[in-house]
Design a protein around this ligand. Structure first.
Ligand SMILES: [Zn+2]
Length: 298
């Protein structure tokens, strides 16, 4: 049996359109008796969370959604490490931007610096949301060994940003356009113990990035194929969405949720949960039976 997780990035970031997309998606998920793990930017672009965001986040929390940390400011895509796949396939210019800022950015990746950023975010969560974060997702998948050491030092034992498949970005104009599922073998396809003994819950794929609604039926097919395979390989499957992708085509995002729900039902015996629920039940820890690769250079 596999527990599926809807994880939705970038809550807290952006204006009214994205606040509204968050509110509508929370309502939609609730209409299906589902709850999401929302990855919240606690100090978006260095500013406090707006009253509108705080209101929608507190309502989501009170209705059983899970809120966890997504960086501190998310002001660039290199907050906790250098650019990584598949973010560089979404925006190839990240590589050049990192090269140009390399000296400044590399100095950022010390345990002390990254720990201070994480602790500031935790403090904002406690103060504004009355939540003690237990899981972290670095913005844009950009991570470093120092980040994992810092997470362990502050008592956050769970992280989620490695991708099993990046096929959900192939529709972008500079990519292949081919939505045939391709899975990476660079990481295990199930949760694994990684640097500093932090448990990584890998992302299966994303079906709702901007523009995907133009090929909605094909993305449904991709989602069904991924779901049918992951239930053979992992007791936990994390699916990614972004607030801006949901806002880009709300109906498409809802169709993807329904497609995954229908596929899990047809395969039988699978469920949905938040990451916090899987941490608290012990299921996420129990799923991490493998060690991750020593693949980070920094
Ligand atoms: Zn993000």
């Amino acid at each position: 049996m596999t527990d599926f997780v809807w994880s939705i990035d970038d809550a807290g970031l952006g204006g009214e359109v994205l606040v509204e997309a968050t509110r509508r998606m929370a309502d939609f998920l609730e209409s299906r008796s589902l709850r999401a793990t929302w990855l919240v930017v606690p100090k978006p672009n260095g500013q406090p969370l707006s009253p509108d965001w705080l209101a929608v986040l507190r309502t989501a929390r009170d209705r059983g959604h899970d809120l966890q940390l997504h960086g501190l400011t998310h002001a660039d895509c290199f907050e906790f490490g250098p650019p990584a796949w598949p973010a560089i396939t979404i925006r190839p210019a990240f590589v050049e931007e990192f090269t140009q800022r390399r000296e400044e950015l590399m100095a950022r990746y010390t345990v002390a610096n990254l720990r201070a950023r994480i602790e500031e975010g935790m403090e904002i969560f406690r103060r504004e949301l009355e939540i003690e974060p237990i899981l972290f997702r670095a913005p844009c998948g950009a991570i470093s060994q120092a980040m994992f050491t810092a997470l362990a030092q502050v008592g956050i034992g769970y992280h989620s940003c490695q991708y099993i498949s990046g096929t959900g970005y192939n529709h972008l104009p500079h990519n292949s356009g081919d939505l045939t599922p391709v899975w990476s073998d660079a990481i295990p396809h199930r949760p694994f113990r990684w640097y500093a003994d932090v448990i990584e819950a890998p992302i299966l794929n994303e079906y709702t990035w901007r523009g995907s609604g133009l090929r909605s039926a094909e993305f449904s097919q991709l989602a069904r194929q991924d779901v049918a395979r992951i239930v053979q390989e992992s007791p936990v499957a994390v699916i990614l969405m972004h607030t801006h992708g949901i806002a880009d085509d709300f109906d498409h995002a809802c169709r993807m949720v329904d497609a995954v729900v229908a596929q899990t039902a047809s395969l039988g015996g699978h469920g949905f949960a938040t990451l916090a629920a899987l941490v608290h039940s012990g299921a996420l820890g129990a799923a991490a039976t493998l060690l991750g690769p020593q693949s980070l250079e920094i």
